[in-house]
Design a protein around this ligand. Structure first.
Ligand code: NOJ
Length: 720
């Protein structure tokens, strides 16, 4: 449809029809009658009429194709102007075929792979009638107590931006061609903004940071998503400068709409508009609606604030019809961009069944990806496993199919392949002891465990959490594994020290004890449907691990928030001064994390040597080319991710001690050496200054190159 026609459509709409378009509800609202034509269920609770229902703009959270079909058909029969509904869902790491959780995907540091899985998710979603996914979550995260770190790409603005854009490209393809590409869906980047900074990691808690932090750390991933063409933005639950995001005019109008030039659909998070009441900035739903609509929030997710108040607000002259029209146009525009006016059954017409299912190629992609996202944290020679040895698999996650992680949309645990079934293929005589609970080991279990551990050459311990222990509303004050699991490692170590621990979890954990007592430690995260086979690929060396942590793992919970790119302080701790008293340190624990950002081992070793700089000075129009040689000095082929960090040592504003600026992945055969080249331009030196403008400071910068964020300083360069 031409844009002109959209305006014509708008002109034909009554005010009730317009307001309806701004409402999003769950599918159960459409089960509205008791069969005798009486209004029941949520419609009754909300005091909504059937007519109002058939004017709403969107439905969220459908689970099947037939559900979408049914709702759309009933809706179109009843909607006066035949405006189709828009279907949205939380397709976060796969629709039914579940890929590793986003934090795991981020560990692959592989934007292309992420784009690929987002495009598989899109295809599967389209066939199930979903038009929009509430993904990617672009929130920067620094506090592993927050359960939603599992949905994120980690603690670094550069990596976060890169991967966020990959998701958007994967879901949408060419953002201007969604009306032709019925194998793509629209992406809703969320949560705007700062949700990841919930105080003390408690979900829905206070957020308070400076504007500088907002611009420097939290905005870049959203900018990247918008640059990649994200069609929607979701507001966050938290306050920014004391005002909840959904009613924050400065944030949404000045920053998002004006500065970032976002012209798409802005949707509130679930009930976030009504939550302005408990936030204490609106006395009732009407005031909340006024604040949200005046801040340019187009769609109200799952409250009746808009439905019940906009007409009255208009009558009272508190808002203009133009404000409503703008919001409605954003909704209609998205429907049009998706080609829904031409085909309300976009991509699903006539199809009874999805064609994208568990095909071999998708399964193998899921397996490849899962293996690429597992981080080898420690290896004292046990891995890869020797196939001739006797292996015992022990622990609460040994046979568990709870390996998909939170937000596994319609994925079923029954379709996941667990570690035992996969490992048994390599070790037909595998000894297994499954323990029933994550938090307790019974006397009987202890007895069997001790007997079996003594019999085996190697013990593979499968430890971790349940999927519900991370994700939304799953914050934790202690990020250790349950005592029983820590004890399991300790007790087994006394019987058999050859322990390979495999971890299933959704957040960085404080693993000091577990790491100390294990010979090898593999972070498998929640690896998805193909989790078991992917872990085994790594354990037996079919895949050489290459993933790197996107978030620091603390030694203890008391260190959090802990992130590599923290600010410089006036009393930094160094190797030389660490015994002194009046410096920035703890007196009971080291400052450093157990495993830093960017860290991850391989079964081979790499060295970086022969560093060369094309120049040591750069100007606005010149660049410095840095080359290093990377050599595989081990015995097997492996992938290394070479990372470049910078530090501005004479800035206007205190800068992070290190900032990731670039990375390159290379695959090297044993003894192979390859040159890796990085270019530094003025762009890499710029940051937001006190005037909120991006520029670079003249002066010196330290350059670090290495295989993790503890990368050594290799040079100093000067911007002149
Ligand atoms: C609330 C969550 O915060 C958000 O991420 C999600 O997309 C919506 N619910 C819809 O399910």
């Amino acid at each position: 449809m031409e844009k002109k026609q959209l305006h014509k459509l708008l002109e034909q709409m009554t005010i009730e029809e317009k307001i309806g378009q701004l409402v999003q509800l769950t599918p159960n609202f459409f089960e509205e009658t008791d069969g005798k034509g009486e209004i029941t269920g949520p419609l009754m609770e909300w005091g909504m009429s059937k007519r109002e229902l058939y004017n709403i703009g969107s439905v969220l959270g459908t689970h099947t194709l037939s559900q979408v079909h049914q709702i759309q058909a009933a809706y179109l029969k009843n909607n006066r102007l035949g405006i189709p509904l828009l279907f949205m869902a939380d397709v976060i790491h796969g629709y039914e075929i579940i890929f590793p959780i986003p934090l795991a995907l981020a560990s692959s540091w592989n934007p292309e792979l992420i784009e690929e899985i987002a495009s598989i998710s899109a295809l599967e979603s389209v066939e199930a009638g979903v038009n929009v996914t509430f993904s990617p979550m672009a929130d920067l995260v620094r506090d592993p107590r927050w359960g939603r770190v599992m949905e994120s790409s980690g603690e670094d603005p550069y990596l976060n931006s890169l991967l966020t854009a990959s998701y958007v490209r994967g879901y949408q393809g060419d953002a201007d061609k969604l009306n032709e590409n019925f194998n793509k869906i629209a992406a809703c980047v969320k949560h705007f903004i700062g949700y990841g900074a919930s105080e003390a990691g408690r979900d829905y808690n206070t957020v308070d940071f400076s504007d500088l932090v907002l611009y420097q750390d939290y905005l870049p991933s959203f900018e990247a998503a918008l640059k990649a063409g994200a069609k929607l933005v979701m507001t966050s639950f938290n306050t920014i400068k004391g005002i909840p995001a959904s009613g924050n005019q400065w944030l949404l109008k000045d920053v998002l709409r004006n500065d970032l030039n976002f012209q798409g659909l802005l949707i509130s998070d679930w009930a976030a508009i009504a939550e302005m009441i408990p936030h204490g900035i609106a006395v009732d739903k009407k005031e909340a609606a006024l604040k949200a609509v005046s801040s340019s929030v187009d769609m109200d997710m799952m409250t009746n604030c808009y439905q019940s108040s906009l007409k009255e607000l208009l009558k009272e002259g508190k808002i203009t019809e133009d404000t409503i029209d703008q919001a409605v146009l954003h909704v209609l525009q998205l429907k049009n961009d998706l080609g829904l006016f031409e085909d309300p059954y976009r991509g699903m017409k006539g199809k009874q069944q999805k064609t994208v299912t568990f095909t071999e190629s998708i399964q193998s992609k899921a397996r490849e990806l899962a293996a690429q996202s597992m981080v080898l944290l420690k290896n004292k020679d046990l891995l890869p496993l020797d196939l001739k040895k006797t292996v015992a698999l022990i622990g609460p996650k040994a046979t568990s199919q709870d390996i998909l992680g939170a937000w596994s949309w319609v994925g079923k645990q029954s379709q996941a392949i667990n570690l035992k079934d996969a490992l048994k293929k390599e070790y037909p005589d595998l000894l297994t002891v499954e323990t029933d609970s994550l938090t307790k080991i019974t006397a009987n279990e202890w007895e069997t465990i001790k007997r079996v551990a003594a019999k085996a050459d190697i013990v593979v311990l499968a430890l971790g959490e349940s999927s519900e222990e991370s994700g939304e509303a799953a914050s934790k004050a202690t990020i250790r594994l349950p005592e029983a699991q820590e004890q399991l490692v300790k007790v087994i170590k006394a019987i058999n020290p050859n322990i390979v621990t495999v971890l299933f979890n959704g957040r960085p954990l404080a693993l000091e004890e577990i790491a100390e007592n294990s010979s090898s430690l593999l972070e498998a995260w929640f690896p998805g449907t193909q989790g078991g086979p992917a872990i085994v690929d790594i354990l037996v060396g079919k895949v050489n691990p290459s993933a790197k942590l996107p978030m620091s793992f603390p030694k203890t919970t008391g260190q959090v928030p802990i992130y590599y790119n923290h600010m410089s302080t006036g009393r930094p701790m160094t190797q030389q001064n660490k015994q002194e008293k009046y410096i920035s340190k703890y007196i009971d624990v080291a400052n450093e994390p157990l495993y830093p950002f960017g860290y991850g081992l391989s079964y081979t070793n790499f060295i970086i040597e022969d560093m060369k700089l094309s120049a040591t000075q750069l100007t606005e129009n010149t660049k410095i080319v840095i080359t290093v040689n990377v050599k595989n000095i081990g015995k097997i082929v492996g992938k290394e991710i070479v990372q470049l960090y910078l530090h501005d040592i004479s800035a206007e504003i205190a800068r992070p001690v290190k900032e990731l600026k670039n990375f390159k992945a290379i695959i090297l055969e044993p003894n192979q050496k390859q040159e890796v080249k990085f270019e530094i331009t003025v762009d890499d030196l710029t940051y937001i200054h006190s005037n909120f403008k991006k520029s670079a400071d003249k002066g010196f910068f330290e350059v670090f190159i290495g295989t993790e964020s503890r990368a050594p300083k290799i040079a100093e360069i000067e911007y002149v």
